[in-house]
Design a binder for this molecule. Structure first.
Ligand code: ZN
Length: 673
């Protein structure tokens, strides 16, 4: 519900546009340090490296804790691959086997195309693009692939299936289908639902489990695959030791056990124990106990998530994709988010939404800036830059939530974007470029902080309203709500008063970028003829286009044509802020009252369709810049220094290449077949 998986990409555009400023603001990066940020470039992807500053300043115990948590993180990789699609693991084994044993010409067109395809599959954690959810199209020949399958001893039956998986565009075509009026279960290739199940059957199954009077419901379906058994009865296969994915979960638990003695305090040890219990029993009640303990632990410096967390990968938003992020608090940078959190109630009380939909008491919005130590599962290689958990509404209301910004990741983006040419191409004039150069870095960080610390946690549901009432549009509208909250407050004098900004015009930098991205530049990530499908992209289109349409009479936002190119011009920033406030009030009303029809209408009207002429223009202009539309990361390598069974130090190194890392993970952390 609230993991900004693709704010990474928003950030790319932002950082590209603000390269000059970054150079001025953060002189310690890139060229100065000589750090090589680029690990690989292929198709529409650039793979970066990130640094883990201050790792060496941690205690030996903290380093050992992080080390075993990173091991627990890496062991979950195969779970995600299988969740994404049942064809993924067999194909990955076949591809890697061909790749590592190939003794023909590695410069041949077929092999090069094969290599690119394999890199795409690695990046997507399977055969579908991580963002568009469409199946990758290979550009090597069927003959080449068939010959290689033969050479590596793949049986005839397996060959037939693999040929279909790779070459038949209609087979397993879309990982998550969000098309209005389709059977989302039957038409999605993800593996959360077994063969033969329909959306109606899945919805009926969960409707029967849900008790609308229960004030503390578990997250139904979060850790299970739903199947039809031999009698046609719907049943859950639970992800746990002894259940589905047992072999991988056992390795995760083994490493959590090793991490436990190094816990920083009793609360953290208790969290690890509860997580182990959850993995052992599969009990969603235990998962809630774990989530509460996790949300309430704000004292530990080292922190981690590990489990079935976000449900973007499920067309019905029920089942969590496996992921893990291990991190530690960046203490100086956390002052920014702590200031926002300390003022959380003021922001809630002064928001433009109907007072009936505000929270009387905003509880425990804990916010910090963190340094990521490892990215895994659904958070790898493409990764979020902000996370706000837990997802269960009642836990958030009663026990608070933790909100984090992954600043070493955003720094890597920023450094890698230096001098990309984006702002010269798309930003309308020099004064706007200057404004963005001076203020986009800080306002973009603040936007993320406001979105995560306050936006998702704001507002309340009316009694009896089903939290899932907005169904397939729930994710889009939730991100819309959090973004609007952030945009609205970015322009508030309060931010100057509490010392987070020093110029009342600073917010305009983020406003300009946001509208530019929502109206135009994010279209770069859509293929010609396709709709906008991903929740965060829909949310940004919704906000930008709604504001454009509703500000038309007053000429708030203009699309100006100059030398055959379209530019965004914002004529009235204050009016734009008022529009953001109006839309926030409406989206909060929709959320609070569960007004599905109004939510659906907003999404369908503003968030889905693409203007083909503008789309083509954006693609053409982007192509000339030669920027990768998507980015992700390789992880650092952690090597423990042992004295017998105990760790005396942990070394971190950064040199590993993309293919080397993927092959090593497949070799050393392959738990499922
Ligand atoms: Zn979010």
């Amino acid at each position: 519900m609230n993991n900004d998986n693709d704010m990474t990409n928003l950030r790319i555009l932002a950082a590209a546009a603000t390269a000059t400023a970054l150079w001025a603001c953060t002189p310690k990066q890139a060229a100065d340090t000589g750090f090589d940020y680029t690990a690989d470039r292929f198709a529409d992807i650039e793979v970066l490296r990130y640094q883990v500053p201050d790792f060496d300043s941690l205690s030996v115990n903290q380093k050992a804790l992080i080390y075993y948590l990173t091991e627990a993180a890496l062991w979950g990789r195969d779970i995600l691959w299988d969740q994404n699609c049942s064809a993924n693991l067999p194909l990955r084994h076949a591809l890697e086997n061909i790749y590592t044993t190939y003794n023909g010409d590695r410069e041949s067109a077929d092999f090069k195309a094969f290599e690119q395809y394999m890199k795409q599959v690695w990046f997507g954690n399977g055969i579908h693009h991580h963002y568009s959810m469409d199946k990758f199209a290979p550009s090597f020949s069927k003959e080449f692939f068939a010959e290689q399958l033969n050479r590596t001893g793949v049986t005839a039956d397996e060959q037939a299936e693999l040929m279909k998986v790779v070459f038949d565009p209609t087979y397993l075509a879309k990982r998550v289908n969000q098309a209005d009026n389709a059977d989302l279960v039957a038409t999605s290739a993800c593996n959360f639902y077994g063969p033969g199940l329909t959306q109606d059957e899945v919805e009926a199954y969960y409707a029967a489990l849900k008790d609308s009077a229960d004030p503390t419901p578990v997250s139904y379906g979060l850790n299970s695959r739903l199947v039809k058994d031999e009698n046609g009865k719907v049943a859950e296969q639970v992800y746990r030791i002894g259940g589905l994915y047992s072999a991988a979960i056992e390795k995760i638990v083994e490493n959590l056990e090793k991490a436990k003695p190094y816990a920083e305090n009793d609360a953290q040890r208790d969290i690890i124990e509860k997580l182990i219990e959850y993995y052992t029993t599969g009990s969603l009640k235990t998962f809630d106990d774990y989530s509460i303990a996790w949300a309430e632990d704000t004292a530990s410096q080292v922190d981690f998530i590990n489990g079935f967390i976000e449900s973007y990968g499920d067309p019905l938003g029920m089942t969590g994709s496996w992921e893990s992020i291990v991190n530690f608090k960046n203490i100086p940078a956390s002052r920014r988010t702590e200031t926002l959190s300390a003022n959380a109630q003021w922001f809630e009380d002064n928001s433009p939404v109907d007072p009936a939909f505000r929270k009387d008491e905003v509880k425990g919005v804990s916010a910090k800036v963190i340094t990521a130590a490892i990215l895994a599962g659904d958070a790898y290689p493409a990764t979020p830059i902000g996370i706000n958990l837990p997802n269960a509404n009642w836990i958030r209301a009663a026990h608070g939530s933790k909100s984090v910004t992954l600043e070493n990741i955003t720094q890597a983006y920023d450094a890698a974007n230096h001098g990309s040419g984006f702002d010269e191409e798309f930003v309308i004039d020099e004064p706007t470029r200057k404004l963005m150069a001076d203020y986009l870095f800080i306002t973009d960080n603040l936007h993320t902080d406001l979105h995560e610390c306050l936006g998702h946690g704001s507002g309340r549901l009316m009694p009896g309203v089903d939290p899932d009432a907005l169904k397939a549009h729930g994710s889009t509208l939730e991100e819309t709500r959090a973004d609007l909250f952030a945009l609205y407050y970015l322009a508030d004098p309060k931010l100057l008063e509490i010392g987070l900004l020093d110029n009342p015009d600073a917010y305009k930098a983020e406003y300009y970028k946001y509208i530019l991205n929502g109206l135009m530049t994010q279209l770069n990530r859509i293929e010609p003829g396709k709709d906008i499908e991903e929740a965060h992209m829909r949310n940004r289109a919704l906000i930008a286009r709604w504001a454009y349409e509703h500000g038309k009479d007053a000429n708030v936002i203009e699309l100006v044509s100059r030398d055959g190119k379209t530019y965004v011009q914002i004529n009235d920033y204050e009016a734009l802020r008022r529009l953001f406030g109006e839309l926030l009030a409406e989206v909060q009303r929709i959320r609070s009252t569960g007004d599905y029809e109004a939510g659906r209408a907003l999404v369908e009207q503003y968030a889905v369709k693409v203007d083909p002429a503008l789309h083509k223009e954006v693609l053409d202009r982007y192509a000339r810049l030669n920027l990768a539309p998507y980015r992700g990361f390789v992880n650092p390598v952690y090597t423990p220094v042992m004295d017998g069974d105990s760790i005396t130090d942990v070394k971190v190194s950064y040199g590993e290449g993309y293919a080397d890392q993927m092959l090593r993970y497949s070799r050393d952390y392959s738990a499922l077949k």
